[in-house]
Design a protein around this ligand. Structure first.
Ligand SMILES: CC(C)(COP(=O)(O)OP(=O)(O)OC[C@H]1O[C@@H](n2cnc3c(N)ncnc32)[C@H](O)[C@@H]1OP(=O)(O)O)[C@@H](O)C(=O)NCCC(=O)NCCS
Length: 184
């Protein structure tokens, strides 16, 4: 596996393809990726294969109590979220390279580089399967909240596809994971 690098503008075409394949066309659009590249609140990493083609990426950003409360429309989440809390926002590994520890490596790298006190990450649960369960357990993330069908309306309104079922309605439960380094 190649070294982990920062995403550059040259990678955009490929990471957009990875994102479109995983989440449906334009769920993450070029505005999102331009923000990732240009905002000081965003951090991003990428792994290339031997032919220098990106095979995996991770985007993280500094979140805040306010942002989380407004996104989840839930002021009841009492966390140690502060202006240095990192949201591990989006990660995609090319399907051909999954289950080889690449996702785990990207998360580990982000936490080692950022070294912030707390992290939050969203996952989806369909049936009994949680897409990030293995990785969350590996790094001792705890589930702090579950929301039924949080993404359903977004999916219908914007014709996004459910990342789990690849259909235009999303009945997944959103899982909110949290990790504080003080409990590592
Ligand atoms: C979720 C995702 C990023 C995980 O990436 P990954 O590279 O497959 O992750 P890892 O290989 O580090 O770990 C995945 C699993 O493989 C296992 N694994 C890791 N290395 C392994 C190896 N060498 N052999 C067999 N299994 C291995 C891990 O224990 C983990 O276990 P789990 O199945 O119980 O979860 C990837 O599946 C993906 O891109 N999914 C679509 C998009 C998505 O869901 N993104 C996350 C939310 S934004």
């Amino acid at each position: 596996m190649d070294k982990i690098k920062k995403i550059t503008i040259n990678d955009l075409k490929y990471i957009k393809e990875l994102a479109d394949h995983a989440f449906g066309s334009n769920y993450l659009n070029l505005n999102y990726f331009n923000k990732v590249l240009n905002s000081s609140l965003y951090y991003s990493w990428i792994i290339h294969n031997k032919a220098n083609i990106p095979i995996a990426f991770l985007v993280a950003y500094k979140t805040s109590k306010q942002e989380i409360a407004s996104y989840l429309d839930d002021k009841s989440i009492k966390l140690q979220v502060n202006d240095n809390t990192i949201c591990l926002d989006t990660m995609v590994v090319n399907p051909r390279f999954r289950k080889q520890g690449i996702g785990k490596k990207l998360i580990e790298n982000a936490m080692n580089q950022l070294f912030e006190s707390s992290y939050i990450m969203y996952a989806w649960k369909n049936g009994k399967t949680i897409n990030m369960e293995g990785i969350a357990n590996e790094f001792n993330f705890k589930i702090i909240k579950e929301y039924k069908q949080l993404w359903k309306k977004d999916c219908l309104d914007n014709k996004f596809q459910c990342p789990s079922k690849k259909i235009n309605t999303c009945n997944c439960t959103t899982i909110v994971y949290y990790k504080s380094l003080s409990i590592r």
